[in-house]
Design a protein around this ligand. Structure first.
Ligand code: GSH
Length: 284
């Protein structure tokens, strides 16, 4: 599908629909950005609802697209899948000085950086919250009144915080092994210190538990967490989200899945449940 403002990198028929990869120039990041879009067969005839999927550390738009196996059920349900990249890219974009995987390229943490040198390009919050929805809403056959969001690990953190800050826009939010409280784990501490600076008060809008403590509300949250996930205790901490939701009266369905790790095998196992959960809430 030729789409105004988007350059098609690839397209392939899948389950009667089409899997696309697009690039476009981003005003927010000042770079060329790439994202994947699956359009179900129903999109030939009507605008379809959208499930956003935000990926984790080290990922591009490709990991979810080729590993999660989400297209079959998305085609059945008639929902589009949009999977953005996880950071700006390009020679002009600074990276972690030590080349670590948890900061810089592939690790944008869905924040708008305020600290130099990151603030020039690392604007993934505004890119995902504002620029990309406006672009895809214009260019693709999407019903932007029916959006839901999910993600994995760093992307689970992105999905939770974006939904909590924009409850009117997302009819549903779920996550796979999300970083539940970035202010209270090493990945989050490093990212927020680097991108936002030392004032922890400014971190709160990027921490799902802090947002809930500060009054943000969504009707329900669905989370799957593998119990053999090596990041569970040190980084992900679902018990903190559980406590925050309990205190706030938010309905959290947290499934602790015995034997599952942090990989895309875990996501591929449970993506169908998430798609069907969102379908019920969005009415698709
Ligand atoms: N050991 C991993 C740590 C990062 C990691 O586990 N990334 C997760 C998200 S937090 C992922 O989805 N990796 C890509 C993949 O499995 O395809 C690495 O160095 O690549």
């Amino acid at each position: 599908m030729s789409a105004p403002g988007l350059t098609t990198v690839s397209e392939a028929k899948a389950f009667g629909g089409k899997q696309f990869v697009y690039t476009h120039r981003s005003e927010e990041t000042g770079t060329e950005m790439r994202f994947a879009a699956f359009l179900p067969p129903q999109a030939d005839k009507m605008d379809v609802p959208v499930l956003w999927y935000l990926s984790g550390l080290t990922c591009t738009e490709e990991n979810f697209t080729v590993k999660a196996g989400a297209q079959r059920v998305a085609a059945e349900l008639g929902v589009a899948l949009i999977a953005p990249d996880t950071s700006p890219r390009g020679d002009e974009v600074p990276d972690d000085p030590d080349g670590a995987y948890d900061f810089g390229l592939g690790a944008g943490f869905y924040v708008d950086a305020t600290e130099a040198p990151w603030s020039a390009h690392y604007r993934m919050r505004s890119y995902i919250e504002t620029e990309l929805p406006a672009l895809v809403g214009q260019a693709l056959p999407l019903d932007m009144e029916r959006q839901a969001i999910t993600g994995h690990s760093m992307g689970g953190h992105g999905a939770l915080t974006i939904a909590l800050r924009n409850p009117e826009r997302f009819k549903g939010v779920s996550a796979f092994a999300p970083i539940c409280a970035p202010m209270r784990c090493p990945w989050g501490d490093k990212a927020l210190t680097g991108y936002i600076g030392p004032n922890r008060a400014k971190w709160r809008e990027y921490d799902a538990c802090a947002l809930i403590e500060d009054g943000a509300r969504v009707p329900a949250i669905f989370v799957d967490q593998g119990l053999e996930d090596g990041f569970l205790e040190g980084q992900l901490k679902p018990e903190l989200l559980e406590a925050a939701c309990d205190a706030a009266g938010i309905r959290l369905s947290l499934r602790r899945q015995p034997g599952y790790d942090h990989s895309y095998y875990f996501i591929a196992t449970f993506i169908e449940d998430h798609l069907r959960w969102h379908a019920e809430r969005l009415g698709f």
